[in-house]
Design a protein around this ligand. Structure first.
Ligand SMILES: NCc1[nH]cc(CCC(=O)O)c1CC(=O)O
Length: 359
């Protein structure tokens, strides 16, 4: 190397939490522009600012899922919302992303990792109906909107007389349909709560009969896998909620094992009760006429890693039992092989099971 006398401006790959002059560097949080995305991003930004002592600035990133009016299914898969954000993260344009965990594909994304899973909000779905109706009191043949095959199957399982209508759009758009042309819609309690509209709910749907999407109500804070900003890493550890990480890991493992996308007709619920992890999942036929449920439990002890391994193992048993009972055929999932033919994790990155819209 021939020593140049005037060093160029160093352009470090990773920014330190302070500049050379001692000023604090802002943490840049990439977000979609939707009301829900901004609400949950701002919530995490506020918490990160508090625990890191640094400013956190929101950077809006537009994705195809936001601009394309076509049905999400035609956009070719899960993660349509996440991909533009993830590209910005990989390119060092932002430092953290906040995702709704249930919209995030289970396959790992090269170069990125989930830096924190904060405490989960309500995992339940809610009914928003005219005249304060509940599922039970909806009039015969009432129209109920949802874009989720799981919710459609659950509604049909309970009330075969209902007219389930496929709807799209953000939460405000969907709420407006109840004023407009529908008798009711089904939404996530967490999303409604985050935009301050939980008052619109006319019934909270019990997870026992209405298990919600794996990871529903939880957020994932994504960072670069090689992030070396120690202040940021410490801040993420402070907003991490270990029981949530554990339960959503179990729920998402079932989705991965069934090779299902985020809108497959699958509900999953994991809870921790007095150090006991209970994991159960239900897979529906699209018309709701049939379903399979499996549940397993285990005591949790040992290190955080032991507990995560146990969660994965319990979830694996749930998935295996569902497959043994024909869940893949029932819901038309690609994972028709059943237990015992575990291939190296190749099936999760592509295939028809992933080419499905977000809920
Ligand atoms: N795909 C839409 C979506 N993604 C995340 C939420 C909010 C709930 C959550 O964060 O789990 C919603 C709205 C809904 O399902 O009603």
């Amino acid at each position: 190397m021939t020593g140049g006398s005037t060093p160029k401006d160093p352009a470090p790959k990773d920014r330190a939490s302070r500049t050379a002059s001692g000023a604090q560097t802002a943490i840049r949080l990439g977000t979609r522009a939707s009301r829900l995305a901004v609400a949950q991003s701002q919530d995490i930004a506020d918490r990160l600012a508090k625990v890191s002592g640094r400013p956190v600035e929101l950077v809006t990133v537009t994705s195809e899922g936001d601009t394309n009016r076509a049905s999400l299914a035609s956009l070719g898969g899960t993660g349509v919302f996440a991909s533009a954000l993830r590209e910005a993260l990989v390119a060092h344009e932002v430092d953290v992303l906040v995702h709704s965990l249930k919209d995030l594909p289970t396959a790992p994304y090269p170069g990125l990792t989930i830096g924190a899973v904060p405490k989960r909000a309500d995992a339940r779905d809610v009914l928003v109906a005219r005249n304060g109706a509940t599922v039970e009191t909806l009039p015969e043949g009432a129209t109920v909107g949802t874009g989720s095959p799981r919710r459609a199957a659950q509604l049909r399982a309970d009330r075969p007389d209902l007219d389930v209508v496929d709807i799209r759009g953000n939460i405000d758009t969907r709420l407006a349909r109840v004023e407009d042309d529908l008798d009711a819609i089904v939404l996530a309690a967490a999303g409604l709560g985050r935009i301050g509209r939980l008052d619109a709910a006319t019934e909270l749907l019990d997870l026992g009969f209405w298990p919600s999407a794996p990871g529903q109500g939880a957020l994932a804070v994504e960072i670069r896998a090689d992030e070396d900003d120690r202040n940021l890493l410490a801040a993420l550890r402070k907003i991490e909620h270990a029981p949530t990480r554990l339960t959503v890991t179990a729920e998402r493992e079932i989705l991965a094992k069934l090779e299902a996308g985020c809108s497959a007709p699958i509900g999953a619920t994991a809870v921790i009760d007095a150090e006991m992890l209970l994991v159960s999942a239900t897979v529906y036929s699209p018309d709701g006429s049939e379903y399979r449920t499996a549940s397993h439990a285990a005591m949790l002890d040992g290190s955080a890693q032991d507990r995560l391994d146990e969660a994965l193992s319990v979830a694996g048993r749930v998935a295996d039992e569902l497959l043994e009972n024909g869940a893949a055929e029932l819901a038309d999932l690609p994972a028709t092989s059943g237990p015992g033919t575990d291939e190296p994790d190749t099936g999760h990155t592509a295939g028809p099971g992933l080419a499905t819209p977000a809920e």
